[in-house]
Design a protein around this ligand. Structure first.
Ligand SMILES: Nc1ncnc2c1ncn2[C@@H]1O[C@H](COP(=O)(O)OP(=O)(O)OP(=O)(O)O)[C@@H](O)[C@H]1O
Length: 131
């Protein structure tokens, strides 16, 4: 029997497979979760606006982290929703708490990202429109 230790340090086949499965998870979430689609479109618009307003590189990096984290939380929220549905098919107060808390985590970080976006964009937009 081949032991785990005899595996190569990097198996390109396994690496390709793990990327494929991750892409399938993202595709599934895009297809079935409206909030993920909305956040993805907002993420793209935020990065386009950052280019248009010539936001400095470091602040763009902060924006990338903020929008990326929102999308990651959406994916984790979707995973949790499915896990709960797999384990509990009836109404259960604990299932409600798990789903609501996970949704709350997405909301908290989405609001945090919105504040970060406001801090970066608002002064530039006000200056642009001479306000
Ligand atoms: N098994 C359950 N027991 C108790 N409450 C549940 C259960 N499943 C869902 N809920 C409640 O219904 C809400 C919506 O759950 P649902 O699984 O439909 O997720 P969703 O947020 O609507 O996701 P989607 O975007 O896929 O529609 C949850 O946040 C939770 O309050």
């Amino acid at each position: 029997m081949a032991s785990k230790n005899s595996r190569p340090f990097v198996s390109w086949k396994r690496l390709r497979k793990s990327f494929r499965y991750a892409a399938e998870g993202i595709r599934h979430t895009w297809k079935h979760e409206q909030n993920f689609r909305i956040h993805t479109v907002i993420a793209v618009l935020v990065m386009v606006l950052a280019q248009v307003l010539d936001v400095p590189f470091f602040e763009q990096a902060i924006l990338v982290i903020a929008v990326g984290a929102v999308l990651c939380l959406e994916l984790i929220n979707t995973a949790l929703e499915h896990m709960v549905d797999l384990v509990i098919q009836t109404f259960d107060e604990r299932a409600k708490i798990i789903k609501d808390a996970a949704a709350g985590a997405v909301l908290v970080f989405a609001l945090t990202a919105a504040v970060v976006g406001g801090m970066i964009f608002l002064p530039r937009l006000l200056e642009l429109f001479h306000l």
